[in-house]
Design a protein around this ligand. Structure first.
Ligand code: DQA
Length: 153
């Protein structure tokens, strides 16, 4: 069974209340519940973690080493600032998909650059809460494609 760690960065615990015109009305709990249902249907074991602290997010990524097959991350504002998160993802070498609710490329210029993109398998943004679902599917497909074909098949 594939094991996926979901990581949410700062202020995502405020979803539902926070700038709903940009991020929608769904809470993080609702998004996670849908993701868990999606993961169950895909036969994937999912763990979710949110923190407002950069160090706690680095610790979570490091703890995934040897324990998780993939990471689905919305780094929030740390996307645009954090060399530490980028380095943690590179250090563990776990395939990582970056997601954002909003389309960061059509927002303020400071959101256009992602420190994470260069170490991610890919990035999905702009689909609201659906970005997570699409990201999970993309990650699982990527992980399945990496798995060795059994001998004799
Ligand atoms: C975000 C986009 C970031 O620029 C912002 O700082 C967030 C949320 C998104 O999901 O659209 O906190 O990652």
């Amino acid at each position: 069974m594939l094991r996926v760690q979901v990581v949410h960065g700062p202020n995502l615990n405020m979803l539902g209340l926070r700038e709903p015109n940009i991020y929608g009305r769904q809470t993080l709990a609702t998004i996670e519940a849908s993701l868990v249902a999606e993961a169950n249907a895909l036969g994937v074991a999912l763990d979710c973690f949110q923190s407002n602290s950069e160090g706690a997010l680095v610790d979570c990524i490091q703890a995934a080493f040897g324990q998780k097959d993939g990471i689905l991350i919305n780094p929030g504002a740390y996307t645009h600032t954090s060399v530490a998160l980028r380095d943690a993802i590179a250090a563990v070498g776990i395939p990582t998909v970056e997601v954002h609710l909003s389309n960061i490329h059509k927002r303020e210029a400071f959101r256009h650059h992602s420190y994470i993109a260069a170490v991610a398998v890919g990035q999905i943004c702009g689909f609201g809460a659906d970005s997570y679902r699409l990201g999970l599917h993309a990650l699982v497909k990527h992980l399945q494609d990496l798995q060795p074909i059994p001998a004799g098949s």
